[in-house]
Design a protein around this ligand. Structure first.
Ligand code: 5IU
Length: 276
């Protein structure tokens, strides 16, 4: 039986990485597989969105480098909201450098990502040394890493043998690599014929999710929660503009209604998958 048929609660028990376990537990507890991607450029907009979507999400995805008035007060407030509403934090940093450099980018600088972000991600392009560099910082803190095995954009180069190699890198580092940013489950991908991968349980977090649009003018491509969770076996839907909108004026009531809507769609799709 594919592990995609197991409940999030059952899968939580199979994970030894603290962040993977905590994410699956919160998904089950709050009955949500929704991650909101909050790509806004001011502290006040960021905190308003998180405050209103908090009850509906398992995870907040950040790009802290786009926040013009970033400071550590923002991180303190985000942490308070993560406790108040019970969600985890994922800085979508997409590391891509040599091990020594990514360890510094992860631990230091203005953002000190490792000190507050439960989960972060990396491009596999440098090879396994990017994992060891990030692990030297993240493992002692119980953090989890996602590898970018695929992307949602038109013409993405992360396909075929590149994706397979990413999965092989993850299998060799299961204590820290908890899953992938990808568009489908990665069961058995890149495995040799005699290799047993049945026990692998990588989390699949999937951006490029929208109910009202199939893409944007800059190459983004959207699929529905059902396509992502039921048809492709992914675990977490990542939604940005579908929830917080496109314009400059945040309409908080609409943001709340959209978060509720995506949460319901994502959870219904998951229930269909595990019961079907
Ligand atoms: N994101 C993608 N596609 C990818 C990866 C990351 O969209 O393949 I890797 C990020 C970019 C943005 C969010 O922060 O996910 C999606 O936002 P929208 O739902 O607004 O398109």
């Amino acid at each position: 039986m594919s592990l995609a048929k197991l409940s999030y609660a059952e899968r939580a028990k199979r994970h030894s990485n603290a962040s993977a376990r905590a994410l699956l537990e919160v998904m089950e507890r709050k009955k949500t597989n929704l991650c909101v991607s909050v790509d806004v450029t001011t502290k006040s907009e960021f905190l308003s969105v998180v405050d209103v979507v908090g009850p509906y999400i398992c995870l907040v995805k950040t790009h802290v480098d786009i926040i013009e008035d970033f400071d550590h007060d923002l991180i303190e407030k985000l942490r308070e909201l993560s406790v108040k509403y019970d969600f985890l934090i994922f800085e979508d940093r997409k590391f891509a450098d040599i091990g020594n450099t990514v360890a510094l980018q992860y631990s230091s600088g203005v953002h000190k990502i490792a000190s507050w972000s439960h989960i972060t991600n990396a491009h596999p392009v440098p090879g396994p040394s990017i994992i060891s560099g990030l692990a030297s910082v993240g493992v002692p803190l119980g953090r989890g890493l996602l590898l970018l095995a695929e992307m949602s954009t038109k013409g993405s180069l992360a396909t075929g043998s590149y994706t397979e190699e990413a999965v092989r890198m993850a299998r060799a580092n299961k204590n820290f690599v908890i899953g992938f940013i990808a568009q489908r489950r990665m069961d058995g991908v890149g495995a040799s014929p005699d290799e047993s991968t049945e026990e692998d349980d990588f989390l699949i977090l999937t951006p490029g999710v929208g109910l009202d649009s199939r893409g944007d003018s800059m190459g983004q491509q959207y699929r529905t929660p059902k396509e992502v969770i039921v048809d492709s076996g992914c675990d977490v839907i990542i939604v940005g503009r579908g929830i917080y909108g496109k314009g400059n004026n945040l309409d908080i009531q609409t943001v709340q209604a959209q978060a509720e809507r995506y949460r319901t769609e994502g959870w219904n799709a998951y229930q269909e998958r595990i019961k079907g």
